[in-house]
Design a protein around this ligand. Structure first.
Ligand code: NDP
Length: 482
C-alpha cells in the first residue's frame, strides 16, 4: 500500500482530477472499469506525478494506505451505487469514500447512512469547473462527517482553485449538504446562461447586430460589474467562426439546449421546499421549449407571425438600449443568485445542515462555472450579517437593483412589445415586484378557494380561520378555528 488517495472512474473528470492530485504531490491509485482508460492516463500523463494503476478493484484497494481515501468519479445513479458497494466490501471502518459525481443529494443522504452503518465515512462532494477545472483547480463542495473533512482538507486544498490565495473548498455540512449546494450552483448556472442568451437575442433579433458585434459587447461587459467566466466565454463563442462554412459558429449550432438533470432537480426541490426560484425554473423551461424545434417552426411559419422583432433606434438610443440590457442582466442575475441562496437556506433548516453562505459564495469565486466578481460582494454581505434577512436587502445589492430598475422595466416592456421571449428577465422582475407588494391578489385566491373547496381563509383584523357558507342564504361567515 503506497497511495495516499485513489480515483475510480477515469473518464474526462476522473482522469483530470487524478492528474491534478498527482501534480500536487499526492501518490494516486487509479482504477477504471475498462482498463483502456487507465492505460491512456498512464501512457500520456504518467510522468506528471506518482500513479499506481490497478487492473482490478481489489488491486486498487490494496494499493491504498490505511485509513484509505478513494474518490469516485463515475456516471451518476446506479453505476455510482455499484462502485460504492464494490469498494465498501473491500474497505474497512475508518476508510473514506468520496463521491465526486453529480449525485442527487437525497441519494447522498441515503448512501451516507448506509456507509456510516458500516463504519465508512461517505463524502458527497460537488465538483465544479468541468474537465479543465478538475485538472487546473476546481471549486469543491464536500459534505460529510467532521472527521472525514479533517483528513481530506489538505488533499482537497492542494487541488482546489485559489481565489486571492484562498482554496475554493470548504466543509459544506453533513451528508447531502455538499451535493445540495452543487445542485443549486448548477441551477444558478442555468439561469445565468439563459440571461446571457436573452441579452444576446435582444441584440441579435431586436437590434439586428452580428454575433461578432455582440461578442465585442460581451467582451466590454466583462470589464464591468458583470465580470465573470460565463460572460468571458460568451464573447469567445460569439467570435468563433465555423470552419466548414465560414459562418459564425453560433449560427450553425442547432438551437436546442441540452440538460443532464441538475437544473430540474434544483427546481423540483425548490417546489418541495416552497421556495420560489423563478429565474432557475424559467431557465429550465426555456431549455425544454428549445428542444421543441418542429413545434416552434410550425407555430412561427403557419400560425403566429407576431410583432416585428426589430427595434428601430437611432445611434445614441441603441447605445442606451445596450446599457439597459446590461442593467437588466445584472438585476436579474442578482435575483437568480438570491433565489438560489434562499433555497440553500431553506434546505439547511429542513436537514439541519448549518451551511455558511458566506463560505459558499467564497468558494464559488474561482474554479467553477458561475465564478463572478460580484461573489465577493455576496460573501461580504453574508459575512457582515447584511444579508441575514434577504440578500437583496444588503446595501450593495439594494443599490445595484435600484440603479438597474428603470432599465430592467424598459427591457421587459420592449421584449413584450416586440415579441422577443425573455422568460428570466420577465419572471425575475415579476418576482421583484411581488416581493415589493405589501398586498398581493392572493386574498382573491383565498376567497375562490373558500368558495369552491371550503379551504377557509384568515382575516386581516382578527386571528383564526373563517369560512363563508357560500351556498346558504345570507352567506354568513363562520369561524372554524381560533
Ligand atoms: P461520465 O459521467 O461519462 O461517466 C463515465 C465513467 O463512469 C467511466 O469511467 C465509466 O467507466 C464509468 N462507469 C459507468 N458505468 C459504470 C459502472 N456501472 N461501473 C463502473 N464504472 C462505470 O464521466 P464524466 O467524467 O463526464 O463525469 C464523471 C462524474 O462527474 C459524473 O457523475 C458527472 O455527472 C460528474 N461531473 C461531470 C462534470 C462534467 O463537466 N463532465 C462536471 C462535474 C461533475 P468505463 O470507462 O468502463 O465505461
Amino acid at each position: 500500500a503506497q497511495a495516499n488517495v485513489g480515483v475510480v472512474g477515469l473518464a474526462a473528470m476522473g482522469a483530470s482530477l487524478a492528474r491534478n492530485l498527482a501534480r500536487h504531490g499526492n501518490k494516486v491509485a487509479v482504477f477504471n472499469r475498462s482498463y483502456a482508460r487507465t492505460e491512456h492516463l498512464i501512457d500520456n500523463y504518467g510522468d506528471e506525478g506518482t500513479f499506481y494503476p490497478a487492473k482490478t478493484v481489489q488491486e486498487f484497494v490494496a494499493s491504498l494506505e490505511r485509513p484509505r481515501t478513494a474518490i469516485i468519479m463515475v456516471k451518476a445513479g446506479e453505476p455510482t451505487d455499484d462502485v460504492i458497494n464494490e469498494l465498501a466490501d473491500l474497505m474497512e471502518p475508518g476508510d473514506i469514500i468520496v463521491d465526486g459525481g453529480n449525485a442527487f443529494y437525497q441519494d447522498t443522504i441515503r448512501r451516507e447512512k448506509e456507509m456510516s452503518a458500516r463504519g465508512i465515512h461517505f463524502v458527497g462532494m460537488g465538483v465544479s469547473g468541468g474537465e479543465e477545472g478538475a485538472l487546473l483547480g476546481p471549486s469543491l463542495m464536500p459534505g460529510g462527517s467532521d472527521e472525514s473533512w479533517e483528513r481530506l482538507k489538505p488533499i482537497l486544498e492542494s487541488i482546489a482553485a485559489k481565489a486571492e490565495g484562498e482554496p475554493c473548498v470548504t466543509h459544506i455540512g453533513p451528508n447531502g449538504a455538499g451535493h445540495f449546494v452543487k445542485m443549486v450552483h448548477n441551477g444558478i448556472e442555468y439561469s445565468d446562461m439563459q440571461l446571457i442568451a436573452e441579452s444576446y437575442d435582444l441584440m441579435r433579433r431586436g437590434l439586428g447586430m452580428s454575433p461578432d458585434q455582440i461578442g465585442d459587447v460581451f467582451q466590454e461587459w466583462n470589464g464591468t460589474e458583470l465580470n465573470s467566466y460565463l460572460i468571458e466565454i460568451t464573447a469567445e463563442v460569439l467570435h468563433k467562426k465555423d470552419e466548414k462554412t465560414g459562418q459564425p459558429l453560433v449560427d450553425v449550432i442547432l438551437d436546442h439546449a441540452g440538460m443532464k438533470g441538475t437544473g430540474t432537480w434544483t427546481v423540483q426541490t425548490a417546489l418541495m421546499l416552497g421556495v420560489p426560484v423563478t429565474g432557475i425554473a424559467e431557465a429550465v423551461f426555456a431549455r425544454g421549449l428549445s428542444s421543441e424545434i418542429e413545434l416552434r417552426d410550425e407555430a412561427a411559419k403557419q400560425h403566429f407571425a407576431g410583432p416585428q422583432a426589430l427595434i428601430e433606434l437611432g445611434d445614441d438610443e441603441r447605445k442606451a438600449f445596450i446599457d439597459d440590457i446590461r442593467h437588466a442582466l445584472y438585476a436579474s442575475k442578482i435575483i437568480a443568485y438570491a433565489q438560489g441562496f434562499n433555497e440553500i437556506t431553506a434546505a439547511g433548516k429542513v436537514y439541519d445542515w448549518h451551511i455558511d453562505l458566506a463560505a459558499v459564495a467564497r468558494i464559488w469565486r474561482a474554479g467553477c462555472i458561475i465564478r463572478a466578481e460580484f461573489l465577493d460582494r455576496i460573501s461580504e454581505s453574508f459575512e457582515t450579517g447584511q444579508a441575514d434577512v434577504l440578500l437583496l436587502f444588503a446595501p450593495y445589492f439594494k443599490k445595484a437593483i435600484e440603479e438597474c430598475e428603470a432599465s430592467w422595466r424598459r427591457i421587459v416592456a420592449t421584449c413584450a412589445a416586440h415579441g422577443i421571449p425573455d422568460p428570466v428577465f420577465a419572471s425575475s422582475l415579476a418576482y421583484f415586484d411581488g416581493l415589493r407588494s405589501t398586498r398581493l391578489p392572493a386574498s382573491l385566491i383565498q376567497g375562490q378557494r373558500d368558495l369552491f373547496g371550503a379551504h377557509t381563509y384568515q382575516r386581516v383584523d382578527e386571528p383564526g380561520s373563517f369560512h363563508i357558507l357560500w351556498a346558504e342564504p345570507g352567506q354568513e361567515e363562520i369561524q372554524t378555528s381560533k
